[in-house]
Design a protein around this ligand. Structure first.
Ligand SMILES: [Zn+2]
Length: 167
């Protein structure tokens, strides 16, 4: 029988539990510095924010304001707005960046690769032919810092136009 030695588990178990003040998805919207924090849009129950360590430029996240890691804890209103904002995100990215495809998804729990495991969030990643394989998309990140602010400024008016067109 193979022995599994996993000292990192001890560290993990002993780690103090995080409280909300250390949660970026609670912290960033509370700062009211949306451009600096790359918050693209605030809805009633959810917001849209750029991933600062994106897989691809234009990698957005749609996040409920509610601090929860449980999909079942979301109200109907929150679920509806999450889906609406995912769709608007996809349309806005299509208009600005003309991607050839998208990965849209969620990592629930640390074991699944969630970077922020206590506050659920949808990823929406524009894809182009030849960028890389599907597999590393939601599990890993690569740093593309250049161009995020420019993309933010280009995307914001398009996003707002599309959201207001829905009303
Ligand atoms: Zn949170």
């Amino acid at each position: 029988m193979e022995k599994l030695w996993a000292p990192w588990r001890i560290e993990y178990i002993e780690m103090p539990k995080e409280d909300n003040s250390e949660c970026i998805f609670c912290d960033k919207p509370s700062q009211n510095e949306d451009e600096k924090n790359l918050i693209l849009y605030r809805g009633k129950t959810c917001f849209v924010i750029f991933n600062r360590y994106p897989y691809n430029n234009g990698h957005l996240m749609v996040v409920p304001f509610k601090h929860t890691n449980d999909l079942n804890a979301l109200t109907d209103e929150e679920k509806l707005e999450l889906m609406d904002l995912l769709i608007v995100s996809q349309r806005a990215l299509s208009e600005i960046m003309a991607p050839q495809g998208f990965n849209i998804g969620m990592n629930l729990g640390q074991v699944a690769g969630a970077g922020v495991k206590d506050h659920l969030h949808f990823h929406i990643v524009p894809r182009w032919n030849g960028d890389t394989n599907f597999m590393p998309v939601l599990g890993e990140t690569k740093v593309i810092s250049e161009g995020l602010e420019q993309t933010y400024r280009k995307l914001k008016p398009v996003f707002e136009k599309l959201v207001s067109g829905k009303k």
